[in-house]
Design a protein around this ligand. Structure first.
Ligand SMILES: Cc1ncc(C[n+]2csc(CCOP(=O)(O)OP(=O)(O)O)c2C)c(N)n1
Ligand SMILES: [Mg+2]
Length: 344
């Protein structure tokens, strides 16, 4: 878990550096090697690592718009994921998805920029696992800002009524962009949403990866043993802005400070030391993680950019008339074009 967490933290530190290249002095979001939005998950690492350590490749994970720590812990190929974030041809989605739309069928991982969107597909994956008589499970991660979405609540209901092997994990970082949690819900403990669906709900109230590990173990074993769904809420902290470039004028300074002080990585390191792990060993893990990240980023930056002529392959839209290759008469469904990679 420590290795996954330090990998995720360092990965994002490196992405942050790469992201800022070419974007300043006036912040130009479309410039540089990583154009578009970038939502960093520094401060969320305990949830990804503490949950995914219990999962196998054949288990499904869906994640929201802040996905890197979860993708890394689920075992998504770091090189292909990085190439995707840099918009390269060899990326997980041929550079068309970017950082919010990673999709890796090898380890059954997907994420989306639409909040709570991962819940129905996770329930679908759980239903498929049950119908196939396997003991695979599905886990849907979402932010506390998404717990009033219909997709989430309907997913809880279907999962409960059909006893499906799915676990919902709410990452509560107290903020939904600039909106504090207490302005959108009177329910302080999001795991209580489970009560209305007669399923177990548990909140991990601290940045303690070991406590997440224990709560997730119970929920995932329950799902794997055929005993139905559970809901977990994990308190995490957003160490950064909502996205890169967010000046956070809405956020009290003390809240930013608090987020930085409650570091689940430091806490886990302290726990490990208390259990006899030497500093040398922790250094070694960190070095190995840094090497892996640096290698993935260097590899991704050398990858080719996609050929512009492939822009409308494998997407659910047609080219605008003036750019259509058939002279503007294209009325076909572009999603059926381009057989290569069509399974993605
Ligand atoms: C259905 C939908 N509505 C609105 C948005 C815009 N949006 C993007 S992130 C976000 C807040 C998400 O907050 P939370 O779920 O707590 O996740 P966090 O960013 O804190 O990790 C919103 C409203 C969206 N992506 N999808
Ligand atoms: Mg949030």
């Amino acid at each position: 878990m420590y290795e996954q967490m330090v990998t995720a933290r360092y990965y994002e530190e490196r992405l942050q550096e790469e992201y800022l290249v070419g974007k300043q002095p006036a912040f130009d979001i479309s410039a540089g090697p990583i154009p578009g939005e970038l939502h960093l998950a520094a401060g969320h690492e305990s949830s990804g690592a503490g949950v995914c350590i219990h999962l196998r490749d054949d288990d499904t994970v869906t994640a929201p718009h802040r996905p890197h720590h979860i993708a890394i812990a689920k075992g998504v190929d770091l090189k292909k994921m990085t190439a995707e974030i840099f918009g390269r041809e060899t990326g997980l989605c041929r550079g068309k998805g970017g950082h919010m739309h990673l999709f890796d069928p090898d380890v059954n991982f997907a994420c989306s920029g639409i909040i709570a969107q991962g819940c129905p597909p996770a329930v679908g994956a759980a239903m498929a696992a049950k119908k196939r008589n396997t003991d695979s499970v599905a886990v849907a991660f979402l932010g506390e800002g998404a717990i009033d979405q219909g997709g989430f609540l309907e997913s809880l209901n279907l999962a409960a009524v059909q006893d499906l092997p799915v676990v919902f994990v709410i990452e509560d970082n107290d903020w939904a962009i600039s909106m504090p949690k207490d302005r959108v819900t009177d329910v302080e403990d999001g795991s209580r949403r489970a009560w209305g669906f007669d399923m177990p709900g548990e909140r991990v109230d601290s940045d303690d990866a070991v406590a997440v590990y224990e709560a997730a173990e119970k929920a995932i074993m329950r799902a794997r043993d055929g005993n139905g769904p559970s809901l977990i809420e994990v308190q995490v902290h957003r160490r950064m802005g909502h996205f890169m470039g967010d000046a956070e004028a809405y956020r009290p300074e003390a809240d930013i400070e608090r987020a930085k002080q409650r570091d689940s990585i430091e806490r886990l390191a302290d726990d490990l030391r208390a259990h006899g792990v030497e500093d040398d060993e922790l250094d070694e893990i960190r070095e190995r993680a840094h090497e892996r990240v640096d290698e993935a980023i260097a590899w991704a930056k050398e990858q080719p950019e996609p050929d512009p002529s492939t822009a409308y392959e494998n997407v659910f839209t047609n080219p605008p008339a003036q750019t259509a290759t058939d002279g503007g008469a294209n009325t076909s469904d572009a999603s059926s074009d381009g057989d290569e990679g069509g399974d993605r």
